[in-house]
Structure formats: structure tokens, C-alpha cells
Write a protein that binds this ligand. Sequence first.
Ligand code: 7RM
Length: 640
Amino acid sequence: MSNTAAGAQTIKSSDEYIAKANIKDLSIYKEAAADPVAYWEKCAERLDWFDKWHTALDWNPPFAKWFIGGKLNASYNCLDRHIKNGLGSKTAIYWEAESGEGKEISYGEVYKAVNKFANAIKKLGAKKGDRVAIYMPMVPEAAYAMLACARIGAIHSVVFGGFSSDSLRDRIQDASCNLLITADGGYRRGKTIALKEIADKALEECPTINNVIVVERSKDAINFKKGRDHWYHDLIADVDDFCEPEPMDAEDMLFILYTSGTTGKPKGIMHTTGGYMTGAVTTTKLVFDLKNDDIFWCTADVGWITGHSYIVYGPMANAATQVMYEGTPDFPAKDRFWKIVEKYKVSVFYTAPTAVRAFMKWGADLPAGCDLSSLRLLGSVGEPINPEAWLWYGEHIGKNKCPIVDTWWQTETGGVMISAIPSVIPAKPGSATKPLPGIDAKVLDETGNEIKEGTGTLSITSPWPSMLRGIWGDEKRFKDVYWSKWDQKYFPGDGARLDEDGYFWLLGRIDDVMLISGHNIGTAEVESALVDHKSVAESAVVGIKDDLTGQAIAAFVILKDGSTPSDELNKELSDHVAGKIGKIAKPKKIIFTADLPKTRSGKIMRRLLRDIGEGRALGDVTTLADASVVEKLKATYSEE
Ligand code: 7RM
């Protein structure tokens, strides 16, 4: 089934799902469309405010301020108010260690830990407005650290625990952080990663850091710099277990999160307290149809925006119970995720297409061996999910009874922007469906005219509360990157197609779009056609220079276990793509490979594939999860 054919297939959620859903009709969309700002004010009421705002929105493009005059605290909203509402003994986190041990942590316990942590960082001199770097494995203390910063008004900058010392150094330097919170080490596939050692190396060139807090996790021997380094357990031993939450202005910064995209110096995306929290609390509730007794599991790392919004702030502001898992999906075996779903009776499961394609490759027998009957809703984020993977996810994980929400959003948008509310918006496999209420998403042409049906560039044409407020220290870049393509319209950098029913089909990054004989072809369409073939597990396509057609398509293909590369298969795949999309999309070259170059968050780095395809020296590979992959690919490519 091709992208377009799948588009013809509309899948309604089951009557059982709809009957129990929070949202039963389209009135919320109508209400938001009639008066978006009033709608967002109502959403902001999902939070507790110390002082109410006097002005809902001040839009001075490209600068937006939301809920001006309002005062609140993010940590208070994730914790204190639940304790006051009698939820102190409700489970906040089921933490699953990679080793298989688990910890059940109540809201009361998180509250106490965060208060102590906040007092500990205060004792070290951290205060409102300071930048605090957090470089942690997936342990509850990572979330506590974020909430502790939020409690005292310090701005956290979480750096994913898989990043190198250079990446950590660059991010600490860019924001002049004065405190680092890290751990001795973290677990990955049974081994430990020496986080403190990596951090020590980074800190050789970070003179702004005065103090380091070290959470004990791996118990590996570490160096301790006297006067600078402090054990977390020592610090919290003698502090009070209440810390007054700092009343923050709605527009006070909550965090910076660096996003590298696929090229260039990372951008420190800035999010503020009132707007970001309004987005997080609202989207978690609507998209995941959250109920009091749900067990929510977002498989992202807290180092990504997905972890910020859908592990820490969104679920916790909603007093949800969630699973937090320390390790990888293939340890000790490739059914680990399904074992966890079974163990904790996960009801809402949110993961990335790259993971779904890995599950497909590993085979349906693995999920079939576990009891997944607790699941009621599935989510996808991070990349376009091809119809083939969507349908597999629905069948083998959702057992044809769970709706799937394909959620389009970015670090910059703070929360989900385009996604079904599955009780009222039927799915089309491969489409993120429609913008959420209050979100003005459009498909525009080059000059900024709206395309009602057809292919163009995605834009968000009105401000929304959780939008980025800028790039730390670089206002010019903020304007250039996001606001210079059209006048007063946000440019996210993604291509999109709008179909006859107003459904959005995300086509991948604009920078990756291929121009073949004068036709724009999105990477997602061709990849989706390739993965639709029974032998293909995953693929990445890029446009490479061609004398005849301007660009020609090079396809990098990972086969499913059991399939082997051959000239026949090569031709078959080419014909398959031609059959699905048209001859114009036929790959000129197909390269079979065991791996693809991916960022640490699982996105394919097509820039490097273009370098290989056009025989250039490889560009920056520091954001790659596994740098050896490109060298191997380069060798395979030149052998062809
Ligand atoms: C949440 C996250 C953002 C980029 C974005 C897109 C791509 C994310 C989807 C998607 C198609 C989706 N933040 N993207 N979700 N593309 N369908 N459902 O991933 O800042 O790391 O990346 O990811 O290209 O611009 S991010």
C-alpha cells in the first residue's frame, strides 16, 4: 500500500475507546477556532497560578508573550498541588532499572526528594535565573533535578547522557552554566558509562562551573575535586524537606534545551514557564486522553524535548502514573519493552518510528510472547511513520484495538502540534492528521500563499503558548532560522502535503527534499514505498547530483532478517517504488546496508548519506549515535 493508497484508508477508533474517552465531540475545535486566545486562557486554567495574568497575549512578531502578569511555579504544579489534593500516596513513577529491579515512587516521595534537592542546590548558591546543566542517566534523580531547578527558578539545560564531553562542554559554555548535576555513571547494555569522567573532561574548559553534584548510580570509582564536587546523598542528608517554590513570572524562563538538528552549531531553544506548562499539561491530557488510572510510558530520554514534555512536565502536571525505564529496548533481550508493558500494565505507550521499525525487524513473535492487553492507546513521534510501520504497530502491539496517535512537533514548539485526538479524529496510517485545537497549521507555497490541497511547506501562522521564545544568546539566528522565510509566519523546516480531507502528511525536512527532473520529491514518500516491500526493514533516500535529471535518488536499504541482497532484489525494489509513486521516483542506485547513520535521538542524518553519495569528505559526525556506521557505508558504496 503506498502513501497515497494508505491515505484513502481511514481508521476510526473502536466504539469501546470512544465511549470511555475524555473528548466526545468536535466542540473543542470549534471553541478554539472561534477565539484561540480565549481557548488558551482556558487551557492555562489547568494550572494553578499564584497570581492570574492580566494580558493573555502580546504578539509583537516574532516575539510572543503569554499570560503576562501571571505568576506560577512549574514544580508546584507538578507536585505541591497534587499533595494538597490528597494524591500524596499515588504512584508517580514506576522506575525500571536496566538490571530489572524496580522502584515504585509516590507523588509524596517525589515531592520530598525535589524539595530537598532544591534546598541542596540553593545551599550551593544557585538562584533564580542561573543556568544549571544536567547530564544524567535515566534515573528518577534526573527528573528531580529538573523539578528542583524549576522550584527555585534556576534555568535547567539538560544534556542527553549519551553525548560526548565536547558536546557537553559546548552546551555548558554557550549558556555559562554555573552548576552541573551528573552521576558517577549510567548503565547501558549491562556495562557502565563513565558520565563523571566524561563530565570532568568537559569541565577542564568550563570555568563558569563552580559546583558539581554527583548522584551515585554505577558506584564506579570516580575522581572527586575537592571544593567543587559534592555527593548528592551527602548534600540532601542535612537539608530541610520543604523549599518554598519561587513565584515565577509566566514569561520567566523554565529551561534551555539544545537542538542540533542535523547540521551546525546547536541552538539553545528557550522555553518559558507559563506558556510551556500550558502546552505540556494540555497536550498530554488531550492527545493521550489521560485518565486517573492510566499507566503512561514515554520511552524517550529526559535529555530530549519528548522527555521534558512527556515524562517530566506533562504527565506530572496531570498527576499521571508513569513508567521510567533506564535502559535500551534490546537488553537483555529484544522483548524488553513488552516485558515492561506486561509487568506494569502500561496503558498508553509512546515511542518513535525508528523503534517501531526495529521491532518489525525483530519480528512479531516477541510482542506475541507477552501480555499486552493493558494497552489502550499508542503514540509515535520523531519522524514520519510510514504506513507499513503504522499498520504493524497497530496490529502487533495494539492488537487492532488501540488507536495510534502520530504526533508532529519539535523542540521549538514545546508540545504536540499536529495529532489526532483519537476519539474524534479518525486516523489515516502515515498521516499526523490535523492540528490540535488552538494551533494554526497551514501548508504554504514559497511565497507564503496557503495551499488548500497539495504539497508545500508547513507553517504555523499564529502564536501558541509553548512556542520557543528565542535561541539563547542569538536573536539574529532566531529570526533568520524561523521567521525569515515568510512574514510573521513560523517556519519549522518540514515539507507537508495536505490531502482532500485536510489531513497533514509530513514529508521530512525541507533541506532533504529531492529535485528530480524538476519535481520535488519528499524523502518520506520514497522511503515509505521502499519499506512497503516485504524484504525491507528500513531505508533512507537522498538526492545526489545527476547530469541528466539534476538530482537522482540514492536509496540506502536495510533488509529484514532472512532477506539477502541480490541484483534481482535491487531491480524488484526499484520497480516497486516506480509502481507506488511513479517512474520519476525510481532510485538510480540502491545500496544494501546493515545500519544507517542516525542521531542519538534516532533521526537519520541524510546529509552524511549525500556526502557519501557525492563522494565528498564526511562532514561533522559528532552528533551520530555510532560514527563507525558511515565509514562502513562509505566502503560499501564505493564497492558498488
Ligand atoms: C519531538 C521531536 C523535530 C523534527 C520535526 C520533524 C520531525 C517529529 C514527527 C516528525 C513527521 C512526526 N522534536 N518529526 N515528529 N516528522 N511526523 N510525527 O522529535 O526537535 O527533536 O525534532 O522531527 O522533521 O521538525 S525534535
